[in-house]
Design a protein around this ligand. Structure first.
Ligand code: PEP
Ligand code: MN
Length: 335
């Protein structure tokens, strides 16, 4: 349940609410907005104790949260969350995250970063530890890949996004990347989520390809509950009966998440369908539906990419998708 504090309540008042919650063995999570301070009360049968909270003078309102997720819900944090990443952010203006599926070499990343940063892109993606379906497929450069990403990111003033697969890799990712990605296969790896809850870095949480929106938000709840509120959701397509595409892009997830949650949401257009020919038109759809950004795999020579070339744009295709999407972003801002 959610306790909304009265507008001029003090730190002592807040402590009163927290102490009361503790006396019932409930956990608390405080969110201080510009207008209101809200305390999330978490525990078994919390709503049965609502009257004790309502009796406090400093409490304006006690709201039950009937949804299974609380901390990521709109009720808990009515204002939209903006995730700060270095001097950039996700949630305020439409952002592009671009780069190859996998880091293949320093030279390749250098050419990618030069091209993308010249266009004005501030987020560079690249996998160093790759979750491949086949053990025979390219598994990524590992630590070497992370080192390349960090060096190139610093040189081109770009924020690095890369996937972490194992909880024990957290110290490495803390050192080398700016946003830690949780891949679709790991969305329900609760040990990983718990570990990332202790991280100081923002987490980009991809939707499991077989997961409902509720399960996805509950995975976000894990991160928040364990201490990390810097969460960017990423819709990346779900598995359906359709065979012409690798996954089906659930475009409705964007406005739905915006109703249910305060977290920013972006869309990964490469994994969403697995087809590069669909990316330009879907990029426009994603802008129109109100997402906070897109992620697109870009490769200087997709035919020779070590992974996911079929869903990567070449530089020319990316530049044109970027231009038309940004035109639409500007039009939308004027509406
Ligand atoms: C990726 O972004 O490199 C990736 C493997 O994505 P997903 O987890 O969505 O398949
Ligand atoms: Mn990929």
């Amino acid at each position: 349940m959610i306790v909304v504090m009265k507008q001029r309540s003090s730190e002592d008042d807040l402590k009163r609410v927290v102490d009361l919650a503790k006396s019932f063995d409930f956990e608390t999570n405080i969110s201080k907005g510009a207008e209101k301070t809200i305390v999330g009360i978490i525990g078994d049968n919390v709503y049965e104790r609502r009257e004790a909270f309502e009796a406090l003078n400093c409490v304006e309102e006690v709201i039950p949260v009937l949804r299974p997720f609380k901390l990521v819900s709109k009720e808990f944090h009515p204002e939209k969350t903006v995730i700060e990443v270095g001097r950039e952010n996700i949630g305020e203006k439409f952002q592009f995250i671009a780069g190859p599926c996998s880091v293949e070499s320093k030279d390749q990343m250098e050419r990618e970063a030069e091209f993308l940063s010249n266009l004005g892109i501030k987020f560079l993606r690249g996998g160093a530890f790759k979750p491949r379906t086949s053990p025979y497929a390219f598994q990524g450069l590992g630590i070497e890949g992370l080192k390349i990403l960090k060096e190139i990111g610093e040189r081109y003033d770009m924020q690095i996004v890369s996937e972490m697969m194992s909880p024990e890799d957290l110290p490495l990712f803390e050192e080398y990347v700016n946003v830690i990605q949780v891949g679709t296969r790991n969305m329900q790896n609760y040990r990983l989520l718990e570990q990332l809850g202790h991280s100081t870095k923002p987490v980009m949480l991809k939707r499991g390809f077989m997961s409902t929106v509720e399960e996805w938000l509950l995975a976000g709840e894990y991160l928040y509950y364990h201490g990390n509120s810097q969460i960017i959701l990423c819709e990346r397509g779900i598995r359906t009966f359709e065979k012409y595409t690798r996954n089906t892009l659930d475009i409705s997830a964007v406005p739905l998440v915006k109703i249910l949650s305060h977290l920013p949401i972006i869309v990964d257009l490469s994994h969403a369908t697995g087809r590069r020919d669909l990316i330009p038109s879907l990029a426009r759809a994603v802008v129109a539906v109100g997402a906070d950004g897109v992620m697109i795999e870009v490769h200087e020579n997709p035919e020779r990419a070590l992974s996911d070339g079929q869903q990567s744009l070449n530089f020319e295709e990316f530049a044109s998708t970027y231009d038309t999407s940004m035109d639409l972003v500007k039009m939308m801002e004027e509406i």
